[in-house]
Design a protein. Structure first.
Length: 355
């Protein structure tokens, strides 16, 4: 068993090199710990965001002047959720969309290496956002398992650095984490449940959560489940890739004993906006309306798309070996988000987005 990391309290054999973990946790100068006294300032900013958004909605039908709009810095803007957020929020915010340098070919996006502390600090100084939503991540759990140090620089180090920079400026900050911080043994999971990730990706996100909490207590950590939706400008998502594979005649082996609460990209964008504007601080679960197995999810996708499910093969987790360990059931309870106004659609209704 590895030593307990003081920043996150996880007691398990670490897949990250201990020296790298210590370097990430104890980065000198890259985001100091901030007192709860700072939360008053950021709550005032949250209130301003909420009033501003309501003003645009009531008085201009969400077509407010860009000169009036609050400036929102969005990392991961070229991805699936980032594209959904840009589309959903364009009339309420002036979005500063950051992307990695490998997506330079897409017009309107600002390239930035989020692992470069100096570059990120310079972007904040130049563009002076009123709030920050941090979506950027390496989400491929198998890739994170194979290349944990490179992935940790994005998933953990960059997140902690950005939280500290937002704290320095008293900026409302939302960080999107994952349901894979849980081990899958005691679902459904609420915000009060302890994390115990099985994979490198889950561990990187769990450590990032602790860095965010330590460096900016007023931040929101929004845990997201498996996302789906149509292929748009951003990267592909599970449902779209699944249908493409079926269309190419590739059989799909799907777990009957692995459960999630899948959420559409559109509903996820709504949930993240609620997290930003509500004034809530700390953890917030944004799960879908229904708990389904991967096999049941595949069947639902086929029904929505009007395709046969005869190419679906039900299997168990033990039937397939993958690089990253997979928890059995990481279904999320989203009661807290529901109290803030989050209302994800039923799965069948949300899957109509694929049509």
């Amino acid at each position: 068993m590895g030593a307990e990391c003081r920043a996150c309290g996880l007691r398990k054999k670490r897949v990250l090199n201990d020296d790298i973990v210590r370097a990430i946790v104890n980065r000198d100068g890259n985001g100091s710990h901030h007192s709860l006294l700072y939360m008053g300032a950021v709550r005032a900013n949250h209130s301003r965001l909420r009033v501003h958004a309501n003003h645009l909605s009531m008085d201009t039908g969400m077509n407010g002047s860009k000169e009036m709009a609050q400036r929102l810095l969005l990392t991961g803007a070229s991805g699936f959720l980032g594209s959904a957020c840009r589309a959903a929020w364009a009339d309420a915010y002036t979005i500063i969309p950051l992307c990695s340098r490998r997506t330079l070919s897409r017009p309107g996006l600002l390239p930035c290496d989020i692992t470069d502390y100096g570059e990120v600090k310079a972007v904040l100084a130049e563009h002076r956002p009123d709030c920050v939503v941090h979506l950027a991540a390496i989400r491929d759990a198998n890739l994170c398992q194979k290349q944990p140090l490179a992935a940790a620089r994005v998933n953990t180090q960059a997140t902690g650095d950005l939280a500290g920079l937002c704290a320095d400026r008293h900026l409302p900050f939302v960080f999107t984490s994952t349901d894979l911080v849980f081990d899958g043994r005691e679902a459904p999971y609420s915000e009060a449940d302890s994390v115990n990730p099985l994979s490198a990706y889950g561990e990187q996100k769990a450590l990032a959560e602790e860095l965010v909490r330590a460096r900016w207590p007023a931040a929101v950590i929004a845990r997201l489940p498996l996302l789906f939706g149509p292929v748009g400008e951003g990267t592909e998502n599970y449902a779209a890739s699944f249908l493409a594979a079926l269309g190419a005649g590739q059989p799909q082996r799907l777990f009957v004993d692995e459960f999630r609460t899948p959420l559409s990209g559109t509903d996820a964008a709504d949930g993240v906006r609620i997290a930003l504007e509500s004034g809530h601080a700390g953890l917030l679960h944004l799960g879908g309306a229904e708990r389904v197995s991967r096999y049941e999810f595949g069947q639902a996708i086929c029904r929505a798309a009007g395709v046969a499910d005869s190419a679906l093969e039900p299997i168990h987790q033990v039937d397939l070996t993958m690089a990253a360990p997979r928890p059995q059931d990481v279904s999320l309870s989203s009661e807290l988000a529901g109290a803030l106004g989050f209302e994800p659609r039923a799965l069948a209704a949300a899957l109509q987005d694929l049509a």
